[in-house]
Design a protein. Structure first.
Length: 126
C-alpha cells in the first residue's frame, strides 16, 4: 500500500468492483468487435467500458499524488486514450481494443518497482 496508508474495506470493495466490472465490460466489448457484432449492439458495452474505466482511473489515482507521473498512471492514461480508436474502421478498432487489453494487463501486472517509477523524479516513488 502506498506510503504506508491502509485502505478501508469500502475503498478496497470499490476498487475491486470497478476493476471486475471493467474487465467484464471490456472483455464483452472486445469479443463483440472481434466477432463482428454490429456497433449498435456494442454501444452499451462501449459505454460501460468508458464508465467503469473512469471509475477505475479515479480509484487508482487516489492511491498516490505521484500517480500521474508514475509508469502506472501514464500506462493507464495511454490505455484509456485508446478507446476512441475503437470507433475507427474495423481493422483499426480491433487492433486498438487488443492493444488496450495488452497495455491494461501489462500495466496492472508489472513489478511494483516499474509501476511506481516516476518519469519526473527518475526513481521509484510511493
Amino acid at each position: 500500500m502506498d506510503q504506508g496508508r491502509r485502505y478501508t474495506n469500502a475503498e478496497r470493495i470499490v476498487g475491486i468492483t470497478a476493476r471486475t466490472a471493467h474487465l467484464v465490460a471490456a472483455g464483452t466489448y472486445l469479443g463483440g468487435l472481434l466477432l463482428g457484432v454490429p456497433e449498435e449492439r456494442l454501444r452499451l458495452w462501449r459505454r460501460l467500458v468508458a464508465g467503469t474505466g473512469a471509475a477505475l482511473l479515479a480509484s487508482e489515482a487516489a492511491h498516490s499524488p505521484n500517480w500521474p507521473h508514475q509508469v502506472r498512471g501514464i500506462v493507464a492514461l495511454g490505455h484509456a486514450a485508446l478507446l476512441p480508436a475503437t470507433q475507427a474502421p474495423a481493422p483499426v478498432a480491433k487492433a486498438a481494443a487488443v492493444v488496450a487489453v495488452v497495455t491494461g494487463s501489462l500495466g496492472t501486472h508489472a513489478p511494483k518497482a516499474i509501476r511506481r517509477w516516476s518519469v519526473l523524479e527518475r526513481r521509484e516513488v510511493p
